[in-house]
Design a protein. Sequence first.
Length: 120
Amino acid sequence: MSTLLFVYGTLKRGCSNHAQMAGQTFVGLARTTPGFYLYELGGYPGLVADATDRDGVTGEVWSVDAAALQRLDAFEGVAEGLYRREPVALLDPFSGKMIDAYLFAQSIAGRRRLGAVWSE
């Protein structure tokens, strides 16, 4: 069984942690619906829900198998409370689908807002 996963930072193609996606299937480019910002977390971004956003965040959708999803949850620190994996709404061509993404689960106090796009 596979899960669709939206990635927006270092897991994207060409970025520093893309090797974590080895063996998984790239589905396409994507953008969240408005309501999300990226924040700088010290060399990597965090996706945070923010009702004031009007643009959304750009990224990629991947189809990942159960073993990869378990590995990615560990990599993203889900059990430790660094991120939480939850469904987010995306724009076309994924409109109407809720697709899992890793949202930053800690305080953003003092963190710099990056906006819609992460690039290394």
